[in-house]
Design a protein around this ligand. Structure first.
Ligand SMILES: C[S@@+](CC[C@H](N)C(=O)[O-])C[C@H]1O[C@@H](n2cnc3c(N)ncnc32)[C@H](O)[C@@H]1O
Length: 231
């Protein structure tokens, strides 16, 4: 989706340890990936990585106040981080600023379903509350359309938007990103708010506890959205 030729200057917003930046940097030939993150500890893990990637540079900074000149990147992406930002639309505006005209921005983020009634709204609030206990007060799941709206409002054109589903049917949440927290929500709802538990089962996944084990079956979704800065 980044449509790389190889010589691009690519920004990875909230690069973390460089998990996604590395395979992107490997695709370049003459270009560079510059990863920015506010957590020095995360950058440090990336810096100490056993396989140094010459085309990958790191920079410390906040995603909503990017330490880069305007019109200086050909491509940008943000992976698994938008839901962590306290000021996501500020980040999107900053990405628009640092991209060159015609530059491309790809957002990859886990998304929840669009709320259709008050039960969905209450479920969404509960999910966010539980995730905030471990991920901090800025945490907030977006929907695919709220991400699109945010990009459009900032001035991006959206040529492409996909939602991919990740299905599972297994014992326990091992190997399912953030699955443990989803299960925490589910089990609390069962005693606190059976109506919300039923909606959770219909929308996301079912869970059946037997002894120390719990069988889970359902799916989570990820949005992959491309924005283009108008030429
Ligand atoms: C779940 S990690 C994702 C890292 C990486 N993009 C990946 O896919 O592996 C989220 C990252 O967002 C960073 N982060 C959160 N808020 C930020 C902000 N306002 N500015 C810069 N980085 C931020 C965190 O420090 C963390 O490294």
């Amino acid at each position: 989706m980044l449509t790389l030729k190889g010589d691009e200057r690519v920004l990875d917003v909230a690069t973390g340890t460089g998990r996604v930046a590395r395979p992107v940097a490997k695709r370049l030939n003459g270009g560079r990936v510059i990863g920015v993150d506010q957590a020095l500890a995360m950058l440090d893990v990336g810096h100490q990585h056993q396989e140094p990637i010459p085309a990958y540079d790191q920079s410390a900074g906040a995603a909503d106040a990017l330490p880069f000149k305007s019109n200086s990147f050909d491509r940008a992406f943000v992976s698994f981080s938008l839901h962590h930002f306290g000021n996501p639309s500020g980040v999107v505006h900053e990405v628009l600023r640092v991209l060159k005209n015609g530059g491309r921005f790809v957002v990859l983020d886990p998304v929840i379903e669009e709320a259709k009634d008050s039960v969905d709204v209450a479920l969404e609030a509960k999910v966010n509350r539980v995730f905030r206990r471990t991920h901090g007060n800025d945490f907030r799941f977006h929907t695919a359309s709220s991400i699109q709206r945010m990009l459009t409002k900032a001035g991006f054109r959206i040529p492409r938007s996909n939602v991919m589903s990740y299905s599972f049917n297994q014992e326990g949440m091992d190997g399912i990103p953030t699955g443990r927290h989803w299960l925490e929500v589910a089990e609390e709802l069962e005693t606190e708010a059976p109506e919300l538990a039923e909606r959770m089962k219909k929308t996301y996944f079912t869970w059946h506890r037997h002894g120390d084990h719990v069988h889970v079956k359902g799916s989570f979704s990820y949005a992959l959205i491309t924005g283009v800065k108008p030429a």
